[in-house]
Write a protein that binds this ligand. Structure first.
Ligand code: GRF
Length: 207
């Protein structure tokens, strides 16, 4: 499966995908990486591994449609079959979601539907968990639909919130779970084991 990864920052989730393709865990190929911001470390990670990486800086586009068209062009140029949002902070437009229905995966550092949506980017999600006094948070990998963090859930794993947690310590523990969960979801996709039935994702266990 030809995989395209979209990032906006450090790209530690991208690195987890690269490592798991290279060690054979994921039966797929990362054919390109797009960053919507210039000069992020994730681009360097890709280039270090010989992966085609392109910066499509959304600030350089007069409107969102032009920005989205540029992204679609790149995805189609590289014949991407599965799009993975790994720390990608732009909202995808309707036509991208249509074209890649149930072929766009996102990782979100909370147990959706808790603490998800527009207001929960970056550390804000972990600050909100701590302020709320939640005892458990976690990581979610889901397919992307029209909403923000609302698509069919593929995998989730809970992470206990400790009394002395700060947004940083909680973020770090959840991030290490994402580094396992996202490659697992991509692996299942590449093996054709993910069946989307309405809102639910059924994982085929039998071959
Ligand atoms: C991750 O928790 C991701 O879910 C969120 O940003 C964090 C950093 O991602 N969107 P990465 O290190 O850039 O992959």
């Amino acid at each position: 499966v030809r995989i395209g990864v979209l990032i906006s920052g450090g790209g530690s989730n991208l690195q987890a995908l690269i490592d798991n393709v290279e060690n054979g865990y994921i039966n797929g190929e990362i054919v390109m990486v797009i960053s919507d911001k210039k000069g992020v470390y994730g681009i360097e990670r890709a280039r270090k591994h010989g992966i085609n990486a392109v910066e499509i800086d959304k600030k350089e586009f007069e409107d969102r449609n032009a920005f989205m068209k540029a992204i679609i062009n790149e995805l189609e140029r590289h014949k991407v079959e599965l799009v993975v949002l790994a720390g990608f902070l732009s909202i995808l437009s309707q036509d991208v979601i249509e074209r890649y229905r149930n072929r766009i995966m996102n990782t979100h550092p909370s147990l959706i539907p808790a603490f998800c949506g527009k207001g929960y980017y970056g550390y804000r999600v972990h600050k909100a968990v701590l302020e709320y006094g939640a005892k458990v948070s976690g990581a979610t990998v889901h397919f992307v639909d029209e909403g923000t963090d609302t698509g069919p859930i593929i995998l989730q794993e809970a992470v206990k919130v400790e009394d002395d947690d700060t947004p940083e310590t909680l973020a770090a523990r959840i991030l290490s779970v994402e580094h396992k969960l996202l490659p697992q979801a991509v692996k299942l996709y590449c093996e054709g084991k993910l069946m989307v039935e309405g809102r639910k994702v059924v994982i085929k266990t039998m071959n």
